[in-house]
Design a protein around this ligand. Structure first.
Ligand SMILES: Nc1ncnc2c1ncn2[C@@H]1O[C@H](COP(=O)(O)OP(=O)(O)OP(=O)(O)O)[C@@H](O)[C@H]1O
Ligand SMILES: [Mg+2]
Length: 153
């Protein structure tokens, strides 16, 4: 597990861009943490790092934003407003994640049963001096993405 302190939004976005540089087709990046903890900020940096130039808005209301122009086609989801796992399944999320481009998913912890075994999990939390981000890779495909978070701790 890697734990990093991010003192400001710029640092959180830069971490997203570092993950982006290692991102691959089929990557699954799961984000959890309280309201305002930095999940969208991280996702915006990740999208920028993949070459997305336009606005990267929070997908809170649209559920999934797609960026086919990215270096790896990017899908940015926010499941906060979904009530039940059946709704996520109905959206086709379960069958697309892990295959159809790279996915970064806010509030993924609401539906833990939907995700592939091999993924990068990031937990965001408010801290006295900014935000703390804990990163775990659950399989060999995503293990290299931990390098973006620096030395192990
Ligand atoms: N170190 C930091 N990293 C990220 N954001 C920070 C940091 N310090 C302050 N902020 C501020 O906290 C807010 C984070 O908002 P953001 O939308 O990224 O959170 P979120 O986790 O996506 O919330 P939600 O659950 O509502 O989607 C922004 O207003 C940002 O400017
Ligand atoms: Mg958000």
């Amino acid at each position: 597990m890697r734990r990093v302190l991010s003192p400001d939004p710029e640092t959180t976005a830069a971490l997203g861009a570092r993950v982006a540089s290692l991102l691959f087709e089929g990557a699954v990046v799961l984000l959890s943490g309280d309201l305002g903890a930095g999940k969208t900020c991280f996702s915006q940096g990740l999208a920028r790092g993949l070459g997305v130039v336009g606005t990267v808005q929070s997908p809170t209301f649209v559920l999934v934003m797609e960026y086919p122009e990215a270096r790896v086609p990017l899908r940015h989801a926010d499941l906060y407003r979904l009530d039940r796992a059946e709704e996520a399944v109905a959206l086709g999320i379960e069958e697309r994640v892990g295959y159809d481009g790279a996915w970064v998913i806010e509030w993924s912890d609401r539906f833990p049963q939907l995700w592939p075994d091999d993924r990068l999990e990031l937990r965001f939390a408010h801290a006295e001096l900014g935000r703390v981000i804990e990163a775990v890779a659950t399989g060999p495909k995503h293990a290299p993405l931990l390098d973006a978070f620096g030395a192990a701790s």
